[in-house]
Design a protein. Structure first.
Length: 163
């Protein structure tokens, strides 16, 4: 097992060096690898800052996108959305509003490095659902989640794997 761990660590070090060469200082930042997989599939530019959207158009960096992801049967989430006070709620909702599109990527349960399907969702549609979930929450801070069934009803498919 130690030999296998060493091989994995060496591959991660090699990937880290490659990531550094294109300006990604922390390849192991939570969510970044899946965001990279999604951006690659959708031909978007990755945004590595945790305080910004996840990606942008290659033609215009002002056109931004947010990525939600989960494995089959899960829900894509926006974490730490404030319900109260209202000023923080509006800041939380800005995480949705600042984007031109939102994408929900469903990864295969048995291979979470491979995308099964991607849904494109209009930000105002996702915002409406986020507001409804926040309104139902009794907590000042909540996670809001979006299932594949919700995305089927409210978005459109932009990618399906050829399996």
């Amino acid at each position: 097992m130690k030999k296998t761990y060493t091989q994995i660590i060496n591959l991660i070090i090699k990937a880290h060096r490659l990531a550094l060469s294109i300006g990604i200082p922390n390849m192991l930042q939570p969510g970044l690898i899946k965001e990279m997989i999604i951006a690659n599939q959708l031909e978007h530019g990755l945004i590595i800052s945790k305080r910004d959207s996840d990606a942008h158009s290659l033609n215009d960096s002002k056109i931004k996108y947010e990525y939600l992801s989960c494995k089959e049967g899960g829900t894509g989430q926006l974490d730490r959305m404030f319900n109260l006070p209202d000023s923080k709620r509006q800041q939380s909702l800005e995480r949705i509003r600042r984007n031109n599109k939102i994408y929900l990527a469903i990864f295969y349960e048995n291979n979470q490095m491979e995308i099964k399907i991607i849904y494109e969702i209009e930000p105002f549609v996702l915002e409406k659902e986020a507001i409804a979930q926040l309104d139902r929450s009794k907590n000042d801070i909540s996670h809001v989640g979006f299932s594949e069934n919700w995305a089927k009803r409210n978005g459109r498919v932009v990618y399906v794997a050829n399996r």
